[in-house]
Design a binder for this molecule. Structure first.
Ligand SMILES: CC(C)(COP(=O)(O)OP(=O)(O)OC[C@H]1O[C@@H](n2cnc3c(N)ncnc32)[C@H](O)[C@@H]1OP(=O)(O)O)[C@@H](O)C(=O)NCCC(=O)NCCS
Length: 135
């Protein structure tokens, strides 16, 4: 599911990330929620962190939806919304008062799902990078 959500990473890289997380060695995400169907098949996940800053937020510890995914055949059945509800509960348990997320500007489904889950759109950013050292 991680490969499907973040195809820029190889399966081996995602596997290594998951193993680091399970070994308790990953700085992020802080927690991962899994959604199961009635047959206890894992059909989705939410990766969560706490960020010191998030666009449009005022508090210094913001619960953050780093990854949100439901397998195609399980979509539109409420799993995405249930993951967000559980994520909010986790955020509150961590003492956070705000919950934030982001989506690619072209991802209309994610946009709609965020709005339905109660998020308000607060802005659009363009991201840049440059190398600081010659290779
Ligand atoms: C975004 C995602 C996690 C939503 O999961 P989901 O289980 O389908 O969500 P839900 O069934 O709880 O739907 C919640 C609401 O989102 C909106 N929504 C979801 N899919 C939609 C679609 N294809 N078109 C329009 N609205 C949609 C609807 O308002 C829906 O409520 P409704 O079904 O009562 O109308 C899922 O579509 C997904 O994994 N997408 C690919 C990965 C992705 O883009 N993740 C977000 C990255 S920022």
């Amino acid at each position: 599911m991680r490969v499907a959500l973040w195809p820029d990473g190889s399966e081996a890289e995602h596997r290594a990330d998951v193993e680091r997380f399970l070994a308790g060695e990953a700085a992020e995400p802080q927690t991962v929620l899994l959604a199961e169907d009635r047959d206890q098949r894992v059909v989705g996940f939410a990766e969560l962190s706490i960020r010191a800053y998030a666009e449009g937020c005022r508090s210094p510890r913001v619960a953050y939806l780093e990854g949100w995914f439901v397998i195609p055949e399980a979509r539109r059945q409420g799993f995405g919304r249930a993951l967000v509800a559980a994520a909010e509960e986790w955020g509150r348990s961590q003492g956070c008062t705000e919950f934030a997320s982001d989506a690619h500007p072209d991802n209309d489904v994610s946009h709609a799902a965020h709005l339905t889950a109660g998020f308000t759109e607060v802005g659009m950013v363009r991201c840049f990078r440059k190398d600081l050292y010659q290779r």
